[in-house]
Design a protein around this ligand. Sequence first.
Ligand code: PEP
Ligand code: MG
Length: 316
Amino acid sequence: APTSAVRTFDGDGRTADGVRVELLANVGDPAEAEAAAASGAQGVGLFRTEFAFLDRTEAPTVAEQVAAYGRVLAAFDGRKVVVRTLDAGADKPLPFLHAAPETNPALGVRGLRIAGEHPDVVEDQLTAIAAAAAAHPGTTTWVMAPMVATVEEAEGFVAACARHGLGTAGVMVEVPSAALLAGPVLAHAAFASIGTNDLVQYTMAADRLLGAVARLSDAWQPAVLRLVEATCAGGAAQGRPVGVCGEAAADPALAVVLVGLGVTSLSMTPRALPDVAAVLATTPSDVCRRLARLAVESSCADHARAVVRDALPVLA
Ligand code: PEP
Ligand code: MG
């Protein structure tokens, strides 16, 4: 198998026949952003902002947030950064937001749902993102919300972003309802970014942190791939781009399938970029589409994975 140790990444992502695929980095704080920028990533497809809120007894001030987000935007001057608003709850609990314990935290008040009980937290964050973006005009700053489940949530988030002058507002698709309604959701949102970690969890009803259900927690599950396909169909109907920013994007064979399903950007841990770029560069887009069909029509994850891997000589 190819190893990133011997590969370099020139920042360019395209299929063998030259179809562009944006290859982006997932980052969780300014230091990771600086390392990702040096790796050649074309931008940041997922900037997780939770770091600014962790280990705190109350929310960070707007000024603190402006400084922290500004460092990330500065690292990607001339490139794009997709800032995700706070995704607290479930596997990322915050004491000052989650006073009462929940029986099912993964199904509770997490992600954008925080805005219902703590509108000030999301408003302050949008204020800070807008100020950081204004201070770094060389960076293309997009913003997106996690855990969007309904069209109304998408509409409300996009409107809130617009009030802050954040004109390119999108949604994460990580709840099956959002994938199934991607068309109406993307009538409001400028783009969608599929979070496969949670989309797998909520499609398969399998806790993403529980080893005992790891066989179910697999982005190769054909049911998950069908929801990716549905999201891309919604994106195509509205003329909106659809990316993937979950772990699935870092699996080179799965990246081929995602591109074949219509995904136009892949965001991942920076060390995965060279291998994903190398497999795409040797695979024509019609082959991506053919392998995507085989995977979607498979009856199980193992079959989908095997049939695609066997067809990609670069992975042999
Ligand atoms: C995801 O759910 O796939 C995702 C990218 O978000 P997180 O892992 O931060 O929940
Ligand atoms: Mg998620």
